[in-house]
Design a protein around this ligand. Sequence first.
Ligand code: FAD
Length: 279
Amino acid sequence: MIPPIASRFVAGETSASAFEHARAANDDGVSVILNLLGEHYDDRADADADAAAYEQLVADIADTDLDACVSVKPSQLGLDVGDDAFRANFRRVVEAGREHGVFVWCDMEDATTTDVTLDAFETLAREFDGGVGQCVQANLRRTRDDLDRLVDVPGKIRLVKGAYEEDSDVAYTDKADVNEAFRDDLELLFRKRDDGVAVGSHDPAMISYAKELHDEYGTGFEVQMLMGVRPDAQRELAAEGYDVWQYAPYGDKWLSYFYRRVRERKENALFALRAIAGV
Ligand code: FAD
């Protein structure tokens, strides 16, 4: 069972608990992106099993009236086994999403995976004319060029700052440079797309900038934040009428995800310490 301390960031171990969480978020006006925790499988059977779990998950979401979609990880769907395994499993999940009317996002992992991930996304997004979205990372030096390629691809693009440690030859490593790239990339997305822009950030400055860009270009956009991070802001933005999606992971592989959240920010670590101390 997930201890209360981790349940701020993880929506339980089962899809039933994740649905319960999604229901509560929906009641606050916040839609939910469900992610079954799992990554870096080196056995094809594990990747196939998670692809099958996602097929079932989208069918189950469609049986409810929840505002929910899913997000997969390339290495969860077999990328470490081989490109073909990933492509085949990604296709399975997107086809199931198509059949059941449930949107499918793909997370972006480290920079060695960018090419194959974007190729797979573009193929599926063009073939199915949407229904699928791709995360891109502003910290990568290549992303500006990738966006030039992706701006007219159907579906959605989620811009994030980037969570992976990368070498300085492929990525901006200074925070100010990442923020500047994020702004430039966001401006390009709003200027060139009519809709389908997702701002994957908790940064108030970036969310304000997205609102300004929306006023200027009229582009449809959504704000995406992680479960447990700035929950008040999520509710407030939804109450103001913005389209807010919360990325909510669930599953039995929650421990490493929880540690990542605690390590990455002082606010999250303080929350964990307070929970342990009972204050
Ligand atoms: P930061 O630069 O970390 O912080 C900027 C400001 O935001 C802070 O000064 C503070 O005001 C506010 N803030 C940030 N965190 C907190 C907090 N815990 N509590 C209170 N205020 C806070 N990365 C990937 O590499 N691949 C992915 O596929 C991916 N998917 C993601 C999906 C979603 C929905 C989200 C939200 C993030 C995703 N990320 C992904 C992670 C992302 O790359 C960043 O590492 C992460 O979002 C932190 O950057 P930030 O823009 O939120 O703000």
